[in-house]
Design a protein around this ligand. Structure first.
Ligand SMILES: C[S@@+](CC[C@H](N)C(=O)[O-])C[C@H]1O[C@@H](n2cnc3c(N)ncnc32)[C@H](O)[C@@H]1O
Length: 449
């Protein structure tokens, strides 16, 4: 075994050598991808599209860095199993950076379609830049073997299972059956398409953007590219919103000219959707900073809403409400296809903590309703504790509330996304041929008296 090496500083500091290298060598985007992956896997830090080192890259390098990091996190189980097959003993914790360099290089080789020579040469350069020259031989050997045999080795892996943390696999199997859990996990393995919500003239924008018009009314575009460079972005003709994320607000029915309270509103996808449909929206969020994003987003698309920075569990409207949307904070396990870091970061304890907040927010939202008022509760989670179990508990506590079942006609004909109780339950494996959709749960309740 080689001699121990001194502790290195954090990867982000260390990567500056590589990040400063000319982009033509391709080191800069890989150095950023490396730091994103190390941040998620070792420091519990979420993948953040607004991080300064990512934003400092030219748009193409930025997209490349993001796709390397996302592919690594999507396929982390498979990648680690492949690396383990190529080393005599586990890579020690003090060489974590070499392990992470291998991870992003294997992702490039097998899942991003980067030529082997580029993936190997840049990986060797990165371990050198991180002060680990003695590990270049190991990195080189593992990657040369995987460049030759990696595809065949990956083809016999149980990819969906390996890439899904045990606790999520168990909970989805219990909730939806093992075949559906497998289909959900399989849907997480590929980059999802870009979904947009348009203010008006969806067919016209579909043509201009080369996008499909979805039965839910939004657009779907395949093929990537920088969002800010697409036609219509600058003039605010549309905003990014997954097809499933557009469904909960639709459950409020016709909102033109009506007051809607949008609780937990930031960054404002549903606020824009409701304001665009003609509602007078009061958007409440606990975070002033995130409300700033709502303001920015509304400004870009030329819409307006009243913004309130407050804890929705304590805030009350001036008069009893007719329409309330509560898009509660949750584990976001329904968004893993767009945010693959979620399945690496979230733990069962997060579910336990969040259900308490969800109960408080639900009780508060229900208390805002006047007689006949309607509440839509939504979470972008696949965990039943955060969805149907919260609604069952609320209905048991509040006899004045009753469920108003969802109908397929309200949600673009998605009959398969309606539960026996009449709630909305989309899964990442729905619309598999079209590229899937996020996993959302929503229930609609009415206050009878
Ligand atoms: C799932 S996101 C909402 C997404 C948003 N509805 C949209 O469509 O863009 C959850 C939001 O809840 C907010 N939040 C968390 N706890 C809250 C509370 N007690 N009161 C109000 N907002 C809260 C968070 O700041 C976060 O912005």
């Amino acid at each position: 075994m080689a001699r121990p090496v001194p502790q290195r500083p954090a990867a982000s500091d260390d990567a500056s050598t590589a990040a400063g290298a000319p982009s033509a060598q391709g080191l800069a985007p890989r150095a950023v991808a490396l730091d994103i992956v190390a941040g998620v896997l070792r420091r519990g830090r979420a993948m953040d599209d607004d991080r300064p080192d990512l934003l400092a890259l030219p748009p193409r390098d930025r997209a490349f860095a993001r796709s390397i990091a996302a592919a690594t996190l999507r396929r982390a189980g498979q990648i680690d199993a492949l690396i383990a097959q190529c080393v005599e003993r586990p890579i020690p914790a003090r060489d974590a950076v070499a392990h992470d360099v291998l991870r992003i290089a294997v992702a490039q080789l097998l899942f991003v379609g980067v030529p082997a020579h580029a993936a190997v040469a840049t990986a060797v350069a990165l371990v050198r830049a991180h002060g680990k020259p003695r590990l270049t031989g190991l990195v080189n050997a593992v990657l040369r073997r995987l460049a030759q045999q990696g595809r065949a080795m990956a083809a016999v892996q149980d990819a969906a299972r390996l890439d899904t943390p045990d606790w999520l696999w168990r909970s989805w199997s219990a909730a939806y059956g093992e075949a559906t859990a497998r289909a959900i996990a399989a849907a997480h393995q590929n980059e999802p398409p870009l979904d947009l919500c348009v203010k008006e003239d969806a067919p016209g924008w579909a043509k201009k953007l080369g996008a499909d018009l979805l039965p839910t009314g939004g657009l779907r575009r395949h093929g990537g590219g920088a969002i800010s460079e697409l036609p219509g972005f600058a003039e605010g003709a549309w905003w990014v919103q997954d097809a499933a994320a557009s469904l909960p607000a639709k459950l409020l029915g016709e909102v033109r000219g009506r007051k809607v309270i949008d609780l937990c509103a930031a960054p404002g996808g549903k606020t824009m959707q409701l304001a665009s449909a003609g509602a007078a929206v009061t958007a409440v969020d606990i975070s002033s900073k995130r409300l700033g994003r709502v303001r920015e987003n509304l400004g870009r698309v030329g819409l307006s809403a009243a913004l309130v920075a407050a804890d929705a569990a304590a805030w009350r409207p001036a008069e009893p409400a007719a329409l309330v949307l509560l898009d509660a904070p949750c584990t976001a396990t329904g968004t893993i296809r767009r945010h693959p870091d979620v399945q690496r970061l979230k733990k069962p304890g997060d579910v336990e903590r969040l259900v308490q907040a969800q109960d408080r927010l639900l009780a508060s939202a229900a208390s805002m309703l006047g007689a006949g008022g309607m509440l839509v509760y939504a979470v972008c989670s696949l965990q039943t504790e955060e969805g149907p179990e919260r609604i069952a508990a609320l209905l048991a506590r509040e006899p004045a509330l009753s469920r108003v079942p969802v109908t397929a006609g309200e949600i673009g004909g998605l009959a398969g996304a309606i539960t026996p109780d009449g709630d909305l339950r989309t899964l990442p494996c729905h619309w598999a041929q079209r590229g899937g959709m996020d996993g959302f749960y929503a229930a609609r309740l009415r206050r009878e008296t």
